[in-house]
Design a protein around this ligand. Structure first.
Ligand SMILES: NC(=O)c1ccc[n+]([C@@H]2O[C@H](COP(=O)([O-])OP(=O)(O)OC[C@H]3O[C@@H](n4cnc5c(N)ncnc54)[C@H](OP(=O)(O)O)[C@@H]3O)[C@@H](O)[C@H]2O)c1
Length: 250
């Protein structure tokens, strides 16, 4: 039955080329949706789209660039004809104490994690309104509840995303657009920490452990857990919306 749930619908998943974004795109496609995957690097993106097959459209774009985001949504409207679901998943989490953050680190963090979601929502709303409603899922992090040192910029961008989500829920209700915030704990995605400098990572993990910020007894969750949660949120019957999903490993 799963494959009829989203038949005829179109989704766009930012950061759909790997990790949680790819698992989410796969779950949406398995449920029958056509899915636009958006990311910067062409090769993993093409590979991800090929894995999904005919239901996938690969769009190379940087969410921190408003012009590129506009172009991406224009392509979705032109090539897929409509938009029903937006998953704001693309994010980066560079590891540094704030005094060591470069201008580029700060611009990329805020630009990708917060402004990127704003640019995407701005383009998505008119397309969703045109089809009578839609679903927006914003991916946040447990870092909002337990703001980790060395990831202060990341935590702040997710906090801003959460406030944006709450306001959007009110703003978009009259348009039939539901907004869900998915706050995730540690998830087994190889991508997120792969560019962390090993020495800084060692220092950060020591501090997190000393301060009880990370529970090392919990194994990270598989990406499919988050993907299924997104699917659950976007397949609710009319008349209800899932405002917050807070999912953590145990
Ligand atoms: N992994 C965790 O433990 C965890 C925990 C809590 C919350 N989260 C959240 O879950 C989401 C996904 O995390 P993940 O671990 O799956 O990350 P990931 O493996 O690093 O994947 C990130 C995805 O975003 C894309 N991306 C990054 N910057 C982009 C940009 N400027 N424009 C367009 N695409 C961009 C990447 O592709 P390109 O690099 O090719 O652009 C990639 O497809 C993020 O919002 C993260 O904050 C993760």
């Amino acid at each position: 039955m799963e494959n009829v749930k989203l038949g005829g619908r179109v989704a766009l998943v930012t950061g759909g080329s790997r990790g949680i974004g790819l698992a989410t795109a796969q779950a949406l496609a398995r449920a029958g949706a056509r899915v636009a995957l958006l990311a910067r690097k062409p090769e993993p993106l093409a590979q991800a789209a090929a894995e999904i097959g005919d239901l996938a459209l690969a769009i190379e774009a940087d969410v921190s660039d408003p012009g590129a985001v506009r172009g991406a949504f224009e392509r979705v409207a032109r090539e897929l004809g409509r938009l029903d679901i937006l998953v704001n998943n693309a994010a980066i989490g560079r590891l540094h104490k704030i005094e060591h953050a470069t201008d580029a680190d700060i611009l990329a963090g805020v630009g990708t994690n917060f402004l990127g979601a704003i640019y995407c929502v701005r383009e998505a709303v008119p397309l969703m309104r045109a089809v009578g409603g839609g679903e927006i899922v914003n991916i946040s992090s447990e870092a909002v509840l337990r703001p980790f040192p060395y990831l202060s910029l990341y935590a702040a961008t997710k906090g801003a995303l959460e406030t944006f989500s709450s306001a959007l829920h009110q703003e978009l209700k009259p348009d039939g657009i539901r907004v869900t915030l998915l706050r995730a704990g540690a998830t087994a995605s190889a991508g997120f920490a792969r560019e962390w400098d090993p020495a800084t990572a060692e220092e950060a993990f020591r501090v997190w452990k000393e301060r009880g910020l990370l529970d090392f007894s919990d194994a990270p969750m598989p990406t499919s857990v988050l993907a299924n949660a997104v699917l659950h949120a976007v397949t609710q019957p009319p008349g209800a919306a899932i405002g917050l999903l807070d999912i953590r490993p145990v």
